[in-house]
Ligand binder design. Structure first.
Ligand code: HAM
Length: 414
């Protein structure tokens, strides 16, 4: 076949009911928690992500699909901040279930088009936002019965504290520069913090001895950090402090976190989701200074972690096929179908086909029952029904309008 789906992208057909269920579960839970659903455009200005996610981030440097000065959005936080600021939206709590695009090397759990479920909350700088957000994630995963995961947290402080930390980190990595991996050497110049994300063995030992951000936090930040940790323990939100967790997006200030899969179902792409506080982003994008906090999880990775099997989601509602060779009685069939909006009904009326082909078609559609309205039955005011599983036939004495299509089995059991 000449035309195949582009690398890292998928046609969702069998998986579609899984996505629909996860979307409904997620959006409904958010609505009950006083969030509003938001759908932003897929195309946004490139500059929006340069200013927010960061010029030197992997996403902006090499992962965006670009079209003139627009890009397919690689994430949804910056677009929601843009919408919040430009549209004067009042209720500052938004949720979404939407596709994102990153030009990454495709592998298990990593795609070029993938879906995220996420939320963003605008408010103040008390730990209210963090705790509300983490509690929402906890109830979401409880609802989905996801148990094999841990939440790693770290506190990045404000931009001044981070600048001081970055200086110390640069000094340290300069002293061990020759032993760093090639990727980390490149990152040293462009984005030193990202060296801490390296999975290369030769970097691991060096990272273990690198300075940690905690030592560069002011008393005010340390107090906030401790408050959050205390509230987490009070509310039984299990978190693990990872002093080297930095995340790959530049807009974070304060708490950052990542949900890590521990089931082993995900291969090397273990991050189920991530998020944190971004108190400067609204001001950086030209709006008022409004503190904010958010999270996004990857749908494809969630499906792997939950081991959701397409089989379990197959639509098992029985299909009833109404077939006739007399197009003039079609209005009768359409009326019947309209009166049963909750049943799965297919109508076939082709005189050219003949009954044999119409039966074959019904079989291909995996019909459970076929209702035959031929000349003979119509003249006798009766309807013939075939059970496609057993091959048995039954006759209903009366008009089609009087036949109860929701309990056809009873015709074969009595
Ligand atoms: P992120 O860590 O870049 O954060 O992405 C969140 C999640 O999306 C990841 O943990 C992963 O599960 C999924 N994901 C990312 N890239 C891919 C990919 N190529 N294929 C499949 N899944 C992927 C954000 O996007 C931030 N906007 C999160 C946030 C919201 N921060 C504050 N508010």
């Amino acid at each position: 076949m000449k035309y195949v789906v582009a690398p890292g992208m998928k046609d969702l057909i069998k998986e579609s009911p899984i996505y629909r269920k996860l979307e409904t579960d997620f959006i409904n839970l958010c609505l009950l928690n006083n969030f509003q659903e938001i759908r932003t455009p897929i195309l946004e200005s490139r500059d929006l992500f340069v200013r927010s996610v960061g010029e030197a981030s992997d996403i902006v440097e090499k992962e965006m699909f670009t079209c003139d000065d627009l890009v397919l959005r690689p994430e949804n936080t910056a677009p929601i901040v843009r919408a919040f600021l430009t549209q004067n939206l009042e209720n500052g709590r938004y949720c979404y279930f939407a596709p994102q695009f990153r030009k990454e090397r495709p592998q298990k759990g990593r795609f070029r088009q993938f879906y995220q479920y996420g939320f963003e909350m605008f408010g103040d700088n008390s730990p209210q936002l963090e705790i509300e957000g983490l509690l929402l994630i906890k109830s979401l995963y409880t609802q989905w019965k996801l148990s094999d995961f841990k939440i790693e947290v770290n506190y990045l402080g404000n931009f001044e504290e981070r600048a001081k930390y970055l200086e110390a980190l640069k000094d340290y990595f300069k002293s061990v520069y020759e032993s760093l991996s090639e990727t980390s050497k490149k990152r040293y110049e462009s984005n030193t913090l990202r060296i801490l994300d390296s999975k290369e063995l030769c970097d691991q030992m060096l990272i273990a001895n690198a300075p940690v951000i905690n030592d560069y936090l002011t008393e005010e930040s340390l107090n906030k950090w401790n408050k959050i940790l205390n509230l987490c323990s009070l509310l039984e939100i299990k978190v693990e402090v990872n002093p080297r967790l930095v995340r790959g997006l530049d807009y974070y200030t304060g708490l950052v976190f990542e949900v890590i899969d521990t089931s082993g179902n995900l291969g090397s792409q273990k991050a189920l989701g991530g998020g944190g506080r971004y108190d400067q982003l609204c001001a950086d994008l030209g709006g008022k200074s409004i503190p904010a906090f958010g999270f996004a999880g990857g749908v494809e990775r969630l499906i792997l972690a939950l081991n959701l099997n397409e089989e379990k989601f197959i639509d098992r509602q029985p299909l009833v096929c109404l077939i006739t060779n007399k197009p003039e009685i079609l209005p009768l069939l359409v009326n019947k179908k309209n009166l049963e909006p909750k049943l799965k009904i297919d109508i076939c009326f082709s005189p050219e086909m003949g009954f044999k082909k119409m039966f074959k078609r019904a079989d291909r559609l995996q019909a459970r029952f076929v209702i035959i309205l031929a000349e003979d039955e119509l003249s006798k005011n009766q309807v013939k029904i075939k059970d496609m599983t057993s091959g048995n036939e039954a006759t209903f004495k009366g008009a089609l309008s009087d036949l109860d299509l929701s309990s056809l089995e009873t015709l074969f059991t009595s």
